[in-house]
Design a binder for this molecule. Sequence first.
Ligand SMILES: Cc1cc2nc3c(=O)[nH]c(=O)nc-3n(C[C@H](O)[C@H](O)[C@H](O)COP(=O)(O)O)c2cc1C
Length: 405
Amino acid sequence: MKSPFDNITIGPMTLRNRFIKSGANEGMSRNGIPTKAMLKHHGDLARGGIGLTTVAYGAVNEVGRTLPNQIVMRESSVKDLKALTDEIHSHGAAASIQITHGGPLVMGLKVKGSTISSSSGINKAGLLSGNFWQRAMKESDMQAVIDAFVGAAHIAQKANFDAVEIHMGHGYLLNQFISPLSNKRRDQYGGNAKNRARFPARVLKAVKEAVGKDLAVLAKINVADGVPKGATATDGAITAKILEQAGADMLVLSGGRNIESTWFMFGSTVSQEGIARVLKSPISRLIVKATTLLKPKKIIFQEMYFHKYSMQIRKAVSLPLAYLGGVKSLANAEKAIADGFECVVMARALVHDEALVNKFKSGEITRSGCDNCNKCVNYIHHPGGTWCIKRPANDPTINAIPASQ
Ligand SMILES: Cc1cc2nc3c(=O)[nH]c(=O)nc-3n(C[C@H](O)[C@H](O)[C@H](O)COP(=O)(O)O)c2cc1C
């Protein structure tokens, strides 16, 4: 029987085990580059036994940023990104980086001109930052976005990453094509699920052609959006099939959208107060607080909350899949592998304890102490970076120093 501790080869990358740290905004980059706090965090994860750790949220260019301090995948970031991968590799783990374009999903910065998306209209997400309108992408915009993803993948390659994870979930630009909540196009990129996946598949294919011999090319997709009129698991299975054909080495399965259904993404309600706190304008704060009214009052957390949906994807494709969503125990990880997923991905359990994998392996514990309070999500904006409130806060001073110093 396969075990989550078995090694595995995904495209050109071999992992010492099947545990993956999910891309989870560390709040540990400043001016577009990773900090020493980021180095420590991923170093601790690597020392703690993880097979592959995912650095969150590298914007493919400046206009693709969602948050002002986010990593930007450009030449001037290579030195600090490389310091990060050197640290991860020195402890035997592999390193992946999420590459994203937010499109209209921008917080805390004003994009020059109108933001791009699958379709034109009012930009709900941008109301907070004065980015009121979004415009439908033309072919020339599509080519520019493809080039930006390819450029970002080349930067990842220069910085010695083992994989890139193209973000196609959670409401970011590529997801705005996949999800019928935002894609209202009538051309070959809109309409049915196959058409909606067409542009994200073009991006993936181009990235694969550019770096696929050296780097594993992963994509994070939604198994479903979790709200009426959103993408369903049937749509998710079609997306997965198309990305398989485009050459993806593995899909990381997630769900939910940052604006419409964070509760679905986390399998539990996330308090908006921390996000509101970081916003400067009182009107913005009011709008964020008002969004809580759109969410169900109380979601009862269930471990493995994406299992049912992910099994539907598993049945539809044969490429490697990584299970994510509410993994809290060794038994959950073993179940995911037994059910046919190649890898197991965790975010909150590893924010709570970076050494979890080694503790599972030694038998010291069989269950994470994370109780899904979701306060770590609010603390993305803390000066010390994301941390679990059950532990001492991170040191903000090391979160102001570039990773390579
Ligand atoms: C603090 C925090 C920050 C996150 N930031 C990101 C992110 O930058 N990109 C992303 O794809 N998902 C992000 N997520 C979502 C996680 O990657 C993951 O999909 C979700 O937490 C469910 O996995 P879990 O049950 O193992 O925590 C974040 C989660 C947490 C807890």
